[in-house]
Design a protein around this ligand. Structure first.
Ligand SMILES: Cc1cc2nc3c(=O)[nH]c(=O)nc-3n(C[C@H](O)[C@H](O)[C@H](O)COP(=O)(O)OP(=O)(O)OC[C@H]3O[C@@H](n4cnc5c(N)ncnc54)[C@H](O)[C@@H]3O)c2cc1C
Length: 446
């Protein structure tokens, strides 16, 4: 077996499926992961109640980690200004490096008041309720009137959490704020089925009347809504729900006002009209401004690649190569605009390559496609000798990085399963790294 090592950075679906393909071809793979646990958004993004899907993925991931030529170093964030940098990884001479770090950058709209209390990014909010440290123990309190900006599946998950599964008080009203109209929703019907009983039909009809003329300008007819994007308008829930789900279409946020306690009190929006843009539509802002009284605001508008990682960064994403002769391969290669060259043996896959694009199946497809190109690259790559995973691990621990191994992860799984059983819960997750490290045992302590 070829003992030269390929480093995979990130152990979400993309990193793990890329690792499996590369390891199956006989290469040794060492995975570095920011979180103690593996899984990325499959563990810390996918809705907590989707036990079946999450457990299915966990089983597949555990099998990948159990491959004899796959090693794992968790709790090891790679970052340009931290103790573990890309330069350091490169010094260990891997045969190739695959970055599968997902989309960890936060899209900011640059609004006045964006840093007010009660204003969150969807990613941080779902990390919180999925119990990813340190978000799990931070304050993500929500109030009585919540606005969620965006109309995709992540909005649906957050609305569901707030109105159905969050412990304690539920909000009176959750308002979905969208730049475009009722025909441009991005969520899947199956997902919205989970919250459709909360949709306040009367208020929704009022909102449709409000935007009827604006959407008619692009040939849309609100009387057709039940036949197109809102089939739930054909039915009425049996009893009025505790929380109301409402929509505010054709509205772009422009400012946030907070009260004396620093918490958001008002979201200012400008009204939009819709214009045709080829097959699609585009919002165009007007000068008409209005505001919504809210105490919580969550932006569910997608994420960006993390600029602090240390890879060449372009407009919101890592810079990749473009080669008209082989565009498919080039799209996975990292390109350095400063030197005008491809970074030899450095690749990106999954959401790190295309932020917030698609479900796990798509991230897996992208990673396996990328891994195919990486395997071709490895055929001609120089055989280098890198330190063993154990040597790297010991070096990191001696510098105080509390890195964990795949054996530690398996012990952690057992400890969490025992906790779940003794508490009678379907699952249990430790919500701080300290608790996880303690459960793993003294071996980890530096
Ligand atoms: C709220 C939400 C709900 C979703 N629900 C579903 C669903 O129901 N079904 C479905 O199929 N898909 C769902 N998805 C999509 C799915 O989660 C993604 O398609 C998939 O997780 C992307 O995989 P990835 O590996 O590219 O990135 P991620 O899953 O984000 O994994 C990135 C990994 O990289 C690590 N990492 C990050 N930065 C660093 C660093 N600097 N150094 C080292 N490691 C690092 C992270 O710790 C993580 O392990 C959902 C997504 C979200 C946001």
């Amino acid at each position: 077996m070829d003992q030269a090592t390929v480093y995979v950075v990130g152990a979400g679906p993309a990193g793990l499926f890329a690792a499996r393909k590369i390891a199956t071809a006989g290469h040794r793979v060492l995975i570095f992961n920011r979180d103690v646990k593996l899984g990325g958004l499959a563990e810390y993004g996918i809705y907590p109640q989707k036990f079946h899907m999450k457990n299915g993925l966990r089983k597949q991931f555990a099998k990948i980690l159990a491959m004899p030529n796959v090693d794992y170093i968790g709790n090891a964030r790679v970052r340009s200004d931290e103790r573990l940098t890309i330069g350091e990884l490169r010094d260990w001479q891997p045969k190739a490096m695959v970055f599968a770090v997902g989309a960890q950058g936060t899209k900011k709209l640059g609004l006045a008041g964006e840093d007010s209390k009660g204003v969150y990014s969807a990613k941080d909010f779902v990390y919180h309720y999925n119990r990813l440290p340190p978000f799990a123990s931070q304050d993500f309190s929500s109030g009585r009137r919540v606005a969620i900006v965006g109309m995709g599946n992540v909005m649906v998950d957050i609305a569901r959490w707030l109105m159905v599964d969050q412990p304690g008080e539920k909000p009176d009203e959750v308002t979905v704020v969208a730049r475009r109209g009722p025909f441009e929703v991005k969520f899947d019907r199956k997902e919205f089925d989970e919250i459709e009983t909360f949709l306040d039909r009367a208020l929704f009809r009022e909102e449709l009347s409000r935007v009827a003329e604006a959407v008619r300008a692009v040939g849309q007819d609100v009387s057709q809504i039940a036949e197109t994007t809102f089939p739930w308008m054909k039915t009425e829930p049996d009893s009025p729900p505790k929380s109301k789900l409402t929509f505010r279409f054709l509205a772009s946020p422009v400012g946030i006002e907070s009260g004396e306690n620093g918490r958001i009190e008002r979201l200012r929006v400008v009204e939009n009209v819709l214009v045709r843009d080829g097959e699609s539509t585009r919002p165009k802002v007007t000068d008409k401004e209005t505001s919504l009284e809210v105490d919580t605001l969550i932006f569910a508008i997608g994420d960006l690649a993390d600029p602090t990682l240390g890879l060449p960064y372009g407009k919101n994403s890592y810079v990749t190569n473009s080669d008209p002769a082989e565009p498919d391969r080039a799209a996975y290669e990292v390109f350095d605009p400063a030197s005008g060259k491809v970074l030899d043996g450095v690749f990106v896959v999954g959401w790190a390559r295309k932020a917030s694009e698609g479900l796990v199946g798509k991230a897996r497809f992208d990673a396996e496609q990328g891994a195919g190109h990486i395997l071709k690259y490895l055929e001609g790559a120089e055989v280098k000798s890198s330190p063993s995973a154990e040597e790297i691990l010991q070096g990191m621990r001696s510098r105080g990085i509390e890195a964990v191994t795949k054996e530690d992860i398996s012990r952690l799984g057992q400890a969490e399963a025992q906790q779940a059983e003794s508490l009678g819960l379907p699952e249990f997750k430790f919500s701080t790294n300290e608790e996880m490290l303690r459960a793993i045992g003294a071996k980890v302590a530096s």
